[in-house]
Design a protein around this ligand. Sequence first.
Ligand code: SAM
Length: 181
Amino acid sequence: MKIEVLRIGQRLVRDDRVTTHVALVSRAFGASKILMYDANPEIKDTISKVNRMWGSDFQVEIIEEWKKVLKSKKSDSYKIVHLTMYGENISSVEAGLRSEERILVVVGAEKVPREVYDFADYNVAIGNQPHSEISALAILLDRILDGKQFQKKHSNAQREIIPTKKGKRVMNKATRSVDAR
Ligand code: SAM
C-alpha cells in the first residue's frame, strides 16, 4: 500500500516544529511522502539528513496549490482520507482503509475548509475530542499498517539501532562496528 500525507490549513501557521514532527511521524510510521506548502525549506534538509543516517527514501515535496494536489491525487486513484475529530470513528473504517491501494492522508494545521470534508472519501476521527495532527496521524498510520511499519529495515541506512534494555547500541553499517553507550 502506498500512503502519502498532505498538510493543509486555511491560514497555515509557520509552525516549523509541528511541521517537522508531522514529517518525521509520516516517515517513521510508514508513509512514503509528505506534501506541504508555506513550510520552511530547512525541514526538507532535516528529513534528508534523517534519511541519510537512518535510511529510507521518504520524500518531502513543497507544493504551491493544495487544491490542485488533492484533485490530481484523486484522479490518480488515491483515496482521500481526511483526519478530523468530526469524522467517522477510526475503529469503524480501519478495515476499509486497509483494503485501499493508495491513500492520501490530509491533516489540518488550523481550520480546514468545508470543501475538504466534501471532497474526502473518508473523514476519519481518532476519537471525537480535539488533539493534534501529530497524534492523529500516528494512530491512523498504525491502525492501517498494524505495526508492520516498525519491522521495516532500511538497506540504505548508515546506522542501525540494536534494541537494548538499557543504554544505546548503534551499528555503523559500513564497518559493522557497534557503538555502545
Ligand atoms: N478545530 C480544528 C478543526 O477544525 O479540526 C482542530 C485543528 S487541530 C489543532 C489540527 C488537526 O489535527 C486537524 O485538522 C486534524 O487533522 C487533526 N486532529 C485533531 N484532533 C483530531 C481527532 N480527534 N481526530 C482526527 N484528527 C484530529
